[in-house]
Design a protein. Structure first.
Length: 820
């Protein structure tokens, strides 16, 4: 299936579903359109012109290569290959050399990117990936001579080393310019800065062929005051064999190729990372132990071996994506669910909000709230990783049930400088855990012993962590009996206790005083929703008394919301520190917010008396646009210290009336709960990238992944995207589409089926791997319904209700669900 007819705007690219690729057809996309390499610990971000960098685990502390965020020109630093043919030279990845190519394409695939270029009859193909279980980027370069004559071609590779700590690397120049050290042996250029002191790791860049020269000193390679677009060495066609001592170390190989007409030659480049135990650091005085690097290189010393590794990676992805696949009448829906949304889910799970084109990799580690939510889009793919992540998050919880807002992946310790006090944090742990158990049936996670606050002496089972999360809300109620908001709830920018008028103060780190009493309706709804999940869990594990006790808290919260949080046509958002309403028709700006509508509706508060229906109508009326649902309206037009960062943004951007895609799925789910299949779908397609191909020029961000924010109606360019890739939108959209639109939802007893779809979808086929069994599910919709009752049969036998019970099945099963 190629792109369908209405994808007429292919200015920058199109989908190739057969290969699970997005094909970018120009190096000059509106922003760098990136992909991620790596699926475990070692990662790279790579743009459509090979810009970006790689790192081991932590993009702040273990960054191998240098990248210049927000640079001029855009997207500076990457894995570059300069091809030189007589006096002409160009980049095999389209940039940074500015020479116009005869042909260019970049195919971003699942864990790899492939760049095709040709110029003057010389074709190149660079395939970049990180093999499974390997701490190295591979760049396989194939050069082909399509001319009638023999060609002498020069190839120059190029990467620039980062001095490991990416933050210092961009700031501490008085030190940095003196510390760099390299070694060179054969065709391998080693980077060993700080290895002589406290580091037990080094990097290397190698190629499987004898060199005709090399460079390790940047200025020597580039020439004075030149950019990456026309290095002096490339221009003159000969490396300088420079040896870096301090300044800015790079690695560049020079290779001369003789190519007969029609001949292809391949070069396998390996950009690797090695950790050595303290006892084995040195080969001899000041000479590093290179053996582990050499061992690694033997795995990639031929084109066949490299392609074999790529094959393994492809199979790994195909297998993962097969765990859930769907066939509906809508290609774009299928493409989102079967390929790109799942792919993005893995990336957000792995990287949280740390490294993208918008997240610099130095500011934010693994977010407690973000990562718990990310699991809901990923748990069906690699449940073991989700289990481990949940336990890591749990161990950064504090004894009172609150949590560190973030932790660094390298240490797994909570970040003290950010701290805690974001009062929505605790309950997300209940979401991730219950959702994990429903997917896997693995209750044993509850018995895992987990420390509190990173301290060994405070160890309890994981269930205790959930209980403390629950109680944290109850122990922190405000004047109306609603949960205290703390520094902020899900909306980081609603800083009701911050009162900052100092421009030098960060909103994210201002502390909350003891008397700060602002309350959050979003947390109240979240508490009812996930509190109910906690109660169900208690019942599952036989803690009936605790379940009953907890239920009373939930009932009370429900009443409090009904009493104090209904504004007449929608739910209020909050009470500020002075007891004033936020998100009320009485406010002149910020009258209505999306978050409390989403959470109160998903929690079913007011489901029976029409409040949910009314709240959703208000969302549609006041917040919905052609590009998605805005966060709030009317936008705040001026800064108000009683509101904080939200009012710092110009109207239409980010949390100030932007379309914050993350919470659109909350409304989608709520609409399905009312059986509104068409409305749910309308909202779904407004933000889902597979439907936005015609908007790629306006959108600007990668049209194959969700972005965090699309500019709202008050912005200069409504519909323009920002902050692509690392957003909770990915997991939530997937969760909404699979569990609420398709309605295939793991429950404790098995898999429940309750679709809420477009009436025009008459037949839906789903392949679902679930707790070791393989289900082929057909949903028949002969009467063109949106939702309602279904009849169910498994392997030809009718079943009562709508749950496929997992206890009695292994192997392969056919499920027929008919909407009646
Ligand atoms: C952004 C939020 C983000 C927060 C994280 C704010 O500037 O607007 O979207 O969650 O920073 O630190
Ligand atoms: C982005 C943050 O990563 C997330 O934690 C937060 O909920 C949203 N911004 C909204 O402020």
């Amino acid at each position: 299936m190629q792109s369908s007819d209405d994808d007429t705007d292919q200015t920058y690219g199109y989908f190739d579903d057969q290969n699970y690729e997005y094909v970018i057809t120009t190096p000059y996309t509106p922003t760098p359109w990136i992909n991620y390499l790596g699926s475990n610990e070692f990662y790279g971000i790579i743009s459509n012109t090979a810009g970006g960098y790689c790192f081991d685990r932590d993009p702040k502390f273990r960054r191998l290569t240098r990248y210049r965020y927000n640079s001029v020109p855009l997207d500076s630093g990457g894995r570059y290959f300069y091809i030189r043919d007589e006096n002409d030279f160009w980049s095999a990845t389209g940039r940074p050399a500015t020479t116009q190519l005869d042909q260019y394409s970049c195919r971003h695939g699942m864990g790899y990117s492939r760049f095709n270029a040709s110029k003057n009859g010389i074709a190149t193909q660079v395939t970049s990936f990180i093999p499974l279980d390997t701490k190295a980027e591979i760049h396989s370069l194939v050069v082909t001579n399509h001319t009638q004559s023999t060609k002498s071609i020069d190839v120059f590779s190029f990467i620039e080393w980062c001095l490991w700590n990416a933050e210092d690397d961009g700031a501490n120049f008085q030190r940095n310019l003196s510390t760099a050290e390299v070694e060179i042996e054969g065709s391998t250029l080693y980077h060993k800065t700080e290895y002589r002191e406290r580091r037990n790791h080094y990097g290397f860049y190698s190629v499987n062929r004898q060199l005709d020269g090399y460079d390790t000193n940047r200025e020597s390679f580039l020439g004075p005051y030149r950019g990456f677009d026309r290095p002096e060495v490339v221009e003159k066609g000969q490396a300088n064999n420079s040896f870096a001592r301090g300044w800015s170390p790079i690695a560049s190989h020079h290779l001369k190729l003789e190519l007969a007409p029609g001949e292809s030659q391949s070069l396998e480049f390996v950009l690797g990372y090695i950790e050595v135990s303290v006892d084995h650091k040195w080969h001899s005085k000041n000479v590093i132990n290179k053996q582990p690097a050499k061992d690694m290189l033997t795995r990639f010393d031929s084109h066949e071996k490299v392609m074999d590794e790529l094959g393994k990676l492809n199979r790994y992805w195909r297998t993962l994506l097969c765990k859930f696949s769907v066939e509906t009448p809508d290609d774009k829906f299928n493409r989102a669910i079967n390929i790109w949304n799942q792919y993005q889910n893995m990336v957000t799970f792995n990287l949280s909000r740390s490294a993208s084109f918008y997240e610099s990799g130095i500011g934010r580690g693994i977010g407690f709230r973000d990562s718990n939510q990310d699991t809901i889009g990923f748990v069906h793919m690699v449940p073991e990783k989700v289990r481990a992540r949940i336990l890591d998050l749990s161990s950064t919880q504090k004894f009172d049930g609150s949590a560190y807002h973030q932790y660094q992946p390298l240490t797994k310790k909570g970040n003290a400088n950010i701290g805690g006090n974001f009062n929505d944090d605790p309950m997300w742990l209940v979401l991730s855990t219950t959702n994990y158990i429903k997917e896997t049936g693995d209750f044993s996670i509850l018995q895992e012993m987990v420390i509190y606050d990173g301290q060994e002496q405070a160890t309890h089972d994981h269930f205790d962590h959930l209980l403390r999360a629950f109680m944290h809300v109850i122990n922190n109620l405000g004047p109306h009996g609603l949960p205290l908001i703390g520094r902020a709830d899900w909306n980081d920018c609603l800083n009701l206790n911050c009162f900052s008028d100092d421009p030098n103060e960060s909103f994210q780190t201002t502390q909350v005083g003891a008397s700060d009493v602002a309350e959050s309706v979003m947390i109240a709804g979240q508490f009812v929703l996930y509190g109910q999940e906690f109660v169900d869990l208690c019942q599952q594990v036989g803690k009936i008394e605790l379940a009953n006790r907890s239920m009373k808290h939930i009932e009370k919260m429900r009443k409090t919301i009904e009493q104090h949080a209904w504004d007449g046509e929608w739910y209020l958002r909050a009470y500020d520190s002075r007891g004033k309403k936020i998100g009320s028709h009485k406010n002149s700006e910020g009258k209505i917010f999306i978050e409390s509508q989403g959470f109160c509706a998903m929690a079913g508060i007011g489901l029976n008396d029409g409040k949910v229906e009314q709240a959703l109508r208000s969302v549609d009326k006041h917040l919905a646009t052609d590009f998605g649902i805005m966060l709030n309206q009317p936008a705040y037009s001026q800064y108000d210290k009683y509101l904080g960062e939200i009012s710092s943004y110009p109207p239409g951007y980010k949390e100030n009336a932007g379309i914050f895609c993350h919470n659109n799925p909350w409304i989608i789910i709520a609409e399905t709960m009312l059986g509104h299949g068409e409305k749910a779908f309308e909202y779904y397609r407004k933000i889902t990238p597979t439907y936005l191909q015609n908007r790629q020029t306006l959108l600007k961000t990668e049209p194959y992944v969700y972005c965090q924010m699309i500019a709202g109606k008050d912005a200069a360019n409504p519909g323009e995207g920002k902050n692509s890739w690392l957003t909770g939108t990915a997991a939530w959209s997937y969760y909404a589409a699979t569990q609420y639109i398709l309605g295939i939802r793991p429950v404790y007893q098995g898999l429940s089926i309750a679709p809420c779809v477009l009436p025009s979808w008459k037949l839906i086929r789903v392949q679902r791997e679930f707790r070791g069994a393989q289900y082929s599910i057909e949903i028949h919709n002969p009467h063109g319904l949106s939702s309602g009752k279904i009849t169910l049969s498994i392997d030809g036998q009718p079943v009562e209700g709508n749950v496929i019970s997992s206890s009695s099945f292994n192997g392969q099963h056919t499920v027929i669900a008919t909407m009646v």
